[in-house]
Design a binder for this molecule. Structure first.
Ligand code: AMP
Ligand code: MG
Length: 308
């Protein structure tokens, strides 16, 4: 097995592999990532191939800190530094004009690059050892659930990478929020772990979400995405014996009691759907969560997972 604990020695091995143009799986606080050197075209091409990801679907580039932003981005407005101070390291991805060193392969042909600093010791150590910006989409076949633990990895992914650094469960379990800072006003391209309310508090005004059809700009916007193998259906309540996620009165092995706190809910969502998938359930019913900005990203994922 190529799944290894994240000792200094193993992080060095992974860093060597990345510098040599290889692909590894790394833990982050959001989900596990399929990681390679963001500046090596062939390595990035390999990541797309392993995931079965459409070419025009750009990757997020991970750096070690705000001081490394100039390695990948050409310029940025002052608000970027304010946002970075508040949310980095953390699950806010910012889209900025790209430097020529970042190949179009990485950005899906766009002149912009999506960049963030992961809040995870292993990911940061790997970036530091490799001394490269690291491109890493979620380590799942395109369209499927993102893995939030090393055991959640699909064998089809695991067997094609040099090494999997096992960092245990991801603390957040939901992808980063993607914010476009190339236009007049910041705009959310993809909802994620940082809520719209938290970003609004920093920029001091209401923040829009780019409506789906407008976007070839953002692939998290495919209609069906983040989906388990079972079909997923949103419901008001679970019937007796119906497999699914609920907030009260869960009974039997296929009904799961979910937390009423959105952060805790997000942390458990993908792993719970995966567990029901592994139990061979055909349909997963999900009791509709509460409304509100803190639940927005969860509604987004459930909607996409239930699209046919
Ligand atoms: P994933 O790595 O699978 O979580 O997906 C990466 C996400 O980053 C996509 O959903 C896009 O929304 C976003 N993204 C990456 N690069 C760009 C970019 N240059 N412009 C707009 N969105 C981007
Ligand atoms: Mg993904």
């Amino acid at each position: 097995m190529n799944v290894v604990p994240p000792t200094i020695e193993n992080v060095r091995r992974a860093a060597e592999a990345i510098r040599a143009g290889g692909v590894v799986v790394m833990p982050t606080e959001t989900v596990y990532g399929l990681a390679c050197d963001a500046t090596q075209d062939a390595a990035v091409a390999r990541v797309f191939e392993i995931k079965g990801r459409p070419d025009e679907n750009p990757l997020i580039v991970h750096i070690g800190g705000l001081d490394q932003l100039e390695r990948v981005a050409l310029r940025w407005p002052p608000i970027v530094e304010e946002l970075a101070l508040r949310f980095w390291p953390g699950p806010l991805t910012m889209v900025l004009p790209k430097r020529p060193e970042v190949p179009y392969r990485t950005t899906g042909g766009l002149d912009t690059v999506a960049v963030r600093v992961p809040d995870h010791d292993v990911a940061l150590a790997l970036i530091d050892e490799a001394d490269r910006p690291i491109a890493a989409p979620s380590a799942n076949p395109f369209g499927n659930l993102s893995p939030t633990s090393a055991w959640g990895l699909d064998d089809a992914i695991r067997t094609q990478v040099e090494l999997v650094l096992d960092g245990g469960d991801c603390a957040l379990g939901l992808e980063s929020t993607v914010l476009d800072l190339t236009g007049e006003d910041p705009q959310i391209l993809r909802l994620g772990s940082v809520s719209r309310g938290d970003i609004q508090a920093v920029i001091g005004r209401p923040l829009g979400i780019v409506p789906p059809p407008a976007v070839r700009k953002s692939p998290g916007m495919y209609r069906r995405h983040y989906a388990p193998k079972a079909s997923l259906r949103l419901v008001e309540r679970l019937r007796p014996g119906q497999a699914g996620l609920t907030f009260e009165g869960a009974e039997g092995p296929t009904q799961v009691l979910m937390p009423r706190d959105p952060v805790a809910y997000a942390a458990n969502l993908y792993s719970t759907l995966k567990r029901l998938d592994d139990q061979g359930v055909d349909e997963i019913a999900v009791v509709v969560p509460p409304e509100g900005l803190a639940w927005e990203a969860i509604h987004d994922r459930l909607k996409k997972a239930s699209a046919r």
